[in-house]
Design a protein around this ligand. Structure first.
Ligand code: ADP
Ligand code: ASP
Ligand code: MG
Length: 819
């Protein structure tokens, strides 16, 4: 004997009913089978709505008529060959709706619905679908016997508790074993109390009906047919990359369903486990999949974890107060109060000081919990032995489940780390003493993000970061090109960079699912939405990005001033923009502090020396105990080029024109010649070295006179520039007479930070640096008198973009401890 149960989604339409009838008849060829059906589609929800409408004395009749017509039409559309039986079942449907009508009329008059009437009404869908399926199967020439679930499955008196009298139920259902029909057909969800009044097995209870039938008929297997291939390692509706778990242990399945995996009703597994009957979950819409088998055997997978699940609509109750400490039986009284009001407790945590007990319940029971606890502890509350009982709503529980947990160290740490990465605050935690599950209570609006992060870290070999690019000029564009070019290479290393936002001064393109980089320029022309920091904060809040990074490729001060908001919204920041690090020292410190507080990374390697690893190298030296004595460098590609040209006697103005034509300078070359850009780099190095300096502390030897600075246009400036040639030529000649060259150098020491023209002797590392090259020398306690020198191309969009790329890569969560 094999028991098959079909869920509502498998029975929602005429076509689906036909495929289910096909599956049933095919299975009946090789085995005796029993079939349990739940109501078509969302009939149960509709019935609940009709009852609520009747309680409000509103128009329930038209809703009921609609439901009646839908069911009758379904039976007719199935066009069953056996007309006499179809007519018989149509009469049954008529009769059931007459009954429902009479009951609802009473409900509407009374403006309330007694428990047993409620149970009868919400199980109507199951009775209707049994009639429909019966006709269909009979039409196929198969003998069918209907099991009266109402009379057979016996629960406690409480209509909602769904506590089954297993012994009685088994003995009632056993009698059907002797039946000669090929197929037994039973309505799911349906039961009655010992006085015969209608009850239910609770929402989603048809799975449990099937399990009860399976143990009563000594079935070999209990097969649950649904709309997914089986049990996934996370709800596939929440996590697109969730995958099928072919094998689960009974215990794992129990934890999983208890903690929210709606694919299985939580009570289903216990009776099957006790009777050692495997439960197989299969997809009505994909017969090729073998589904998931739940038995004593857990998955063979060597994974840390088997699955994650989530429970929504959770409230946390906290009972606390000085009177709790050491008072024997407090916890018992709290839980007894819940039990006697039939309130199920999902999770419990107690502070070790015994000062407080917190537990989670379904929010729908909150009011009842509040009233009953107030009553039970009225004396303690009055005497202030306990504090007013606290309720925290809008919570959810994320649970990680695996039989393997016992064998592995670090599962909990990784679980909490995954939540921290996604910036999910943990309200409470609990680990089952069976070491099969770890749960975290979190805010409800963070569930999807928490699940995604946890899934990514535990199950997904692919690590992902999401990019919001702010500023898509030369560098931004080069960065996007590099991402596009590298995707395939990174995919081989299981890394994915998803560009979710591109922002320019005109607006933003924001798409959580990712922007097609190839067509971004076109999209920016057509799909731009208004942008401000509020919109970026909102985007972060509403989306489920796990590792979103703002990549700032602007040189805008207002963007730099928004970093505080970006950190608070939990973006990581990768900045090519030097402004943030060169605003006030207070702001610099604030950003560093915030990044740590918000558990975010702030990477700005390209601020000094473009793609050269200047800042990382310098930090590593300091971490190793080294101390900076002096730093000096040629820190600007354009100035490197211009001063290099002076070596062979080229006049300054001509060198600037050449640099400009090669695209080495900013559009207005005064931005380079003013020395301000280099001063910012100098300040950043100085601050990294621990000097608390402001930009105004950097002495700048600008090449520009006031007259040149004030020129109205770039053209006017370029025309006036030859005025400088003479003085620079003299300086240059003087340098050459001393066997030196002129270089524009930024330097940092304990005594001074400066940007100035320096005569550099041949033995200096900076002597031969020209043609746009950057060079940086660190003189330190370890590197003295020979400095550590970093040299290389220090300008240009591609090297800067590559530096940004490497800053982005540093943000990928580490999986090293998994290996
Ligand atoms: P039925 O109507 O067949 O009883 P349900 O809606 O009750 O179907 O259960 C199937 C649904 O359970 C799936 O569509 C899926 O969204 C959800 N679900 C939740 N967690 C899981 C999981 N871990 N694996 C598979 N499905 C899950
Ligand atoms: N039809 C019922 C419900 O929707 C029972 C079930 O589907 O298992 O809860
Ligand atoms: Mg279900």
């Amino acid at each position: 004997m094999i028991v098959h149960k079909f869920g509502g989604t498998s029975l929602a339409t005429v076509d689906r009913l036909k495929s289910v009838a096909e599956i049933i008849s095919n299975n009946a060829k090789s085995n005796r089978i029993a079939v349990v059906l739940s109501a078509m589609g969302n009939t149960t929800d509709t019935l609940i709505d009709i009852i609520n409408t009747a309680i409000l004395s509103q128009d329930w009749q038209s809703k009921l008529d609609k439901l009646e017509n839908h069911h009758k039409k379904t039976l007719i559309d199935l066009n069953c060959a056996c007309r006499i039986d179809a007519q018989k079942q149509l009469n049954t449907i008529n009769y059931l709706f007459q009954e429902a009508h009479a009951k609802l009329k009473g409900v509407s008059l009374l403006q309330q619905c007694p428990d047993n009437i409620y149970s009868w009404l919400i199980t109507l869908g199951e009775q209707l679908v049994v009639s429909i399926m019966y006709t269909q199967l009979i039409s196929k020439g198969i003998s069918v016997e209907i099991i009266n679930a109402r009379e057979s499955i016996v629960t406690s008196d409480d209509a909602f508790a769904g506590d089954v009298n297993i012994k009685q139920t088994k003995s009632n259902l056993k009698s059907y074993n002797n039946n000669k029909a090929s197929i037994l057909l039973m309505a799911g969800f349906t039961s009655s109390d010992k006085k015969g009044r209608a009850t239910t097995l609770g929402r989603n209870g048809s799975d449990y009906s099937a399990a009860l039938l399976a143990i009563s008929l000594n079935a070999e297997v209990c097969q649950i047919w649904t709309d997914v291939d089986g049990v996934f390692n996370a709800n596939p509706k929440d996590i697109k990359s969730a995958y099928l778990v072919p094998q689960l242990s009974y215990y794992e399945a129990m934890e999983l369903s208890y903690f929210g995996a709606s694919v299985l009703h939580p009570k289903t597994i216990t009776p099957l486990m006790q009777a050692n009957i495997p439960c197989v979950i299969r997809n009505t819409f994909n017969l090729d999949s073998n589904g998931t088998t739940i038995s004593h055997q857990s998955t063979h997978d060597d994974n840390f974890a088997t699955a994650i699940s989530s429970l929504q609509n959770i409230s946390m109750v906290t009972v606390s107060g000085p009177g709790m400490k050491g008072m024997v039986g407090m916890a018992a009284r709290v839980f007894e109060t819940m039990a006697s009001n039939n309130i199920s407790i999902v999770l419990i945590t107690q502070s070790s000081s015994e000062f407080s007990i917190s537990f989670c319940i379904d929010t729908q029971h909150k009011q009842m919990a509040k009233n009953s606890l107030k009553q039970a502890f009225s004396l303690e509350l009055e005497n202030q032995l306990i504090e007013p009982i606290k309720f925290k709503d809008n919570l959810a529980i994320i649970t990680l489940i695996s039989d393997n947990m016992k064998k592995r160290r670090g599962t909990a740490a990784q679980f909490f780390q995954s939540l921290a990465i996604a910036n999910v605050n943990i309200v409470a935690i609990a680990q089952g003493s069976n070491e099969r599950s770890i749960s975290a209570v979190i805010e409800a609006d963070r569930v999807k993000r928490g699940l995604s992060s946890c899934h990514q870290l535990f199950f997904n070999s692919i690590q992902q970061v999401e990019i919001i690019l702010v500023g898509c000029g030369l560098v931004g564009d080069a960065f996007l090109n590099q991402i596009q070019k590298q995707q395939a290479y990174l995919a081989k290393q299981n890394i994915k960079i998803k560009v979710c936002g591109i922002v320019n001064s005109k607006g933003a393109l924001l798409q959580e699912d990712g922007i097609d980089i190839k067509s971004y320029k076109h999209l920016l022309k057509t799909e731009l939405q208004e942008i401000n920091k509020q919109i970026l904060k909102q985007f972060r809040k509403q989306s489920n990005m796990i590792n979103p990074i703002i990549v700032d490729c602007t040189s805008s001060q207002s963007v730099a001033e928004a970093y505080v908001d970006f950190f608070q919204a939990c973006y990581h920041i990768v900045a090519a923009n030097k402004k943030a690090n060169t605003l006030s020292m207070d702001y610099f410190r604030k950003l560093k502090r915030l990044a740590i507080q918000c558990n975010r990374q702030f990477n700005y390697e390209t601020n000094v020396g473009a793609g050269l690893p200047v800042i990382d190298t310098f930090r590593n030296l300091l971490r190793a105990g080294d101390k900076l004595l002096k730093f000096e460098g040629i820190l600007s590609g354009s100035m490197s080029y211009i001063f290099g040209k002076l070596d062979d006697g080229t006049p300054l103005s001509e060198a600037v024109i050449k640099a400009k034509n090669k695209g080495f300078t900013e559009p207005d070359p005064r931005d380079d010649l003013s020395g301000m850009d280099i001063a910012r780099k100098v300040l950043i190095i100085a601050r990294e070295a621990g000097f608390a300096l402001e930009l105004s502390d950097v002495k700048i030897d600008s090449l520009l006179t006031d007259e040149l600075i004030n020129c109205e246009s770039v053209e006017a400036f370029m025309n006036q520039l030859p005025n400088l040639d003479e003085s620079i030529h003299e300086l240059n000649q003087q340098a050459q007479s001393e066997s030196c060259v002129l270089r524009y150098i930024g330097s940092v020491s304990e005594h001074e930070c400066s940007v100035k023209i320096v005569k550099v002797p041949a033995k200096s590392a900076l002597y031969s640096v020209k043609d746009g090259e950057n060079a940086i020398s660190f003189y330190s306690q370890y590197y003295n008198p020979i400095p550590m020198v970093l040299r290389g191309y220090g300008a240009g969009a591609d090297v800067t973009a590559a530096g940004i790329f490497s800053d982005v890569m540093k943000i990928l969560p580490s999986k090293s401890s998994f290996v």
